[in-house]
Design a protein around this ligand. Structure first.
Ligand SMILES: C[S@@+](CC[C@H](N)C(=O)[O-])C[C@H]1O[C@@H](n2cnc3c(N)ncnc32)[C@H](O)[C@@H]1O
Length: 227
């Protein structure tokens, strides 16, 4: 476990030079990013590491099946992790080719060969039913415009017994974040309502999946479900 963390940390360091504003917030690697992460999300180093680790923890270290990540964005969180999953078959999808270009560049720099990139819509995934063992979704559902279609499609492509895991913003857990989401993120179009609360998310997932675990780190709702 310690080795994997060390390897992931080294990869982030190696990627440091292509971090933009978004990546700076996620990784707290820039002054403005650190400030925004603290002020908007109320996170310090420890809590920031906690939500990332907990959202990714359902992926076994020796995972060797098929994993779909949607949306991959710039790959800032996942490429260093994917580098450690040499036996997996990984597919990354995002609507934005521009965001995904950064993820592809990261995969190149880290010499990750078992990842493919597909531009597409989470509401209309171009994959067969039950074709993935894990569907990972980090910070996507608060941005997706058609959330019903996204829940339906991520479920459809997951195998029976497979894992759906990840995180996204949930309302009602951390007042300061709720305020910034209303006043900044929604008007700017970064986030699209309606938003789940922790309890609406739990209820929704329990209707769809066999086993569900939902909790939060400040306003990040973290979930892990088994189909
Ligand atoms: C906040 S970013 C999260 C990216 C990454 N998972 C992370 O945590 O850093 C949200 C991403 O959702 C993507 N997105 C928005 N609507 C989408 C859709 N309908 N289908 C696929 N991706 C979408 C955006 O292009 C953007 O890259």
């Amino acid at each position: 476990m310690q080795d994997r963390h060390e390897e992931i940390r080294r990869s982030y360091k190696q990627l440091g030079d292509i971090a933009g504003l978004y990546d700076g917030i996620i990784t707290r690697s820039t002054l403005i990013g650190k400030l925004m992460d603290s002020v908007i999300w109320g996170l310090d180093e420890e809590l920031a590491a906690k939500w990332v680790n907990e959202a990714l923890s359902p992926i076994p270290e020796d995972f060797s099946g098929r994993l779909l990540e949607v949306p991959v964005g710039t790959g800032v969180i996942t490429m260093p992790v994917f580098r450690t999953l040499e036996k997996a078959q990984i597919t990354c999808l995002d609507y934005s080719a521009d965001m995904m270009k950064n993820a592809e560049r990261r995969a190149e720099i880290l010499d990750i060969r078992n990842v493919s990139f597909v531009q597409g819509d989470v509401g209309k995934l171009p994959f067969e039913d039950e074709s993935f063992d894990i569907v990972l979704s980090l910070n996507g559902f608060h941005a997706f415009p058609d959330k019903e279609a996204a829940y339906r499609e991520t479920f459809r492509v997951l195998k029976k017994g497979g894992v759906f895991c990840g995180c996204f913003y949930v309302a009602g857990e951390f007042d300061r974040t709720d305020w910034f989401v209303r006043k900044l993120y929604v008007p700017k179009g970064f986030f699209t309502p309606p938003f789940e609360t922790l309890s609406t998310l739990r209820q929704r997932l329990e209707k769809m999946y066999e086993k569900v675990n939902v909790h939060s780190v400040n306003a990040e709702g973290i979930f892990c479900c088994i189909k």
